[in-house]
Design a binder for this molecule. Structure first.
Ligand code: APR
Length: 239
């Protein structure tokens, strides 16, 4: 791996694999979420319109699991890197859990939204999500019964894309952790960063669908690979 200089700007993209060892399911591994739920029914605007009760049940279960989960050593290592690295470190997560925040990561963008947020599908008002949401809930602002978790569904635009695109053009090192490279635009980030001159590292349990976009690869479970990588980077060894 090419060495990093101490003030390099690092952008880190995370996916479900970084929360897997906290007990939160991934989507496409064996027994993953999309083998148990039909994404068209619970993660599209059309599914919401057809059956809001099923959609709320899906996210209520995931919100309860996320609240019961504990950040793992990978989340902690990324927070430590952000704290101790001389340059900027931006974490862009596809995950809707709050384990990065609870581990202490601050410069963080939830491009697929967050389970702890609620959104009115009618007026766009946002507020902190209760433990359980239901179709009969009324929006605190407009009173409509059109509430939903503030998460991005398939067919909707991810959040913070301008800021992310700018960061991909500026970063010196782009790292993807725990993501399969199945879903765009996140799967295009390594190619964008590489095209702008960044060094690209994939840290994953197995090569992703876009592994060829990366210069370097660390294979293994996030709770062992990520802390070791952060230790090496902070010790000034080849990052
Ligand atoms: N350590 C490291 N990597 C892991 C671990 C682990 N403990 N467990 C699983 N992985 C890897 C898997 O090998 C896989 O490549 O994490 C990746 C998880 O891939 P997905 O389940 O597809 O999850 P993700 O890439 O985050 O999905 C992206 O798809 O359904 C949408 O909105 C949803 O944000 C999600 C997006």
């Amino acid at each position: 791996m090419q060495g990093q200089t101490a003030r390099d700007f690092i952008v880190i993209l995370t996916g479900a694999g970084v929360s897997a060892e906290s007990g939160l399911g991934t989507f496409r591994d064996k027994g993953g979420i999309w083998t148990r739920y039909d994404m068209n029914e619970v993660a599209t605007p059309e599914g919401f319109a057809r059956n809001p009760a099923l959609m709320h049940e899906f996210y209520n279960i995931r919100r309860a699991s996320a609240r019961a989960a504990v950040p793992n050593a990978a989340h902690a290592a990324l927070a430590r890197l952000q704290r101790d690295w001389a340059g900027d470190v931006l974490v862009v997560t596809q995950n809707v859990d709050d384990l990065h925040e609870r581990a202490g990561t601050s410069a963080l963008l939830h491009m697929h939204g967050a389970l702890e947020g609620a959104l009115c599908h009618g007026c766009g008002h946002r507020w902190p999500a209760p433990a359980e949401m239901a179709p009969a809930d009324r929006c605190p602002a407009c009173g409509e019964t059109a509430t939903r978790p503030d998460v991005v569904w398939f067919g909707e635009l991810p959040y913070h894309m301008e800021e992310i695109r700018f960061a991909l053009r500026q970063c010196d090192l782009f790292v993807a952790i725990g993501t399969s490279g199945n879903v765009y635009p996140a799967a295009s980030f390594a190619g964008q960063a590489r095209g702008a001159g960044a060094r690209c590292l994939e840290i994953n349990a197995e090569p992703s669908l876009v592994a060829a976009d990366f210069h370097d690869h660390l294979q293994g479970l996030a709770t062992s690979t990520v802390p070791a990588w952060v230790d090496a980077l902070l010790a000034g060894r080849r990052g």
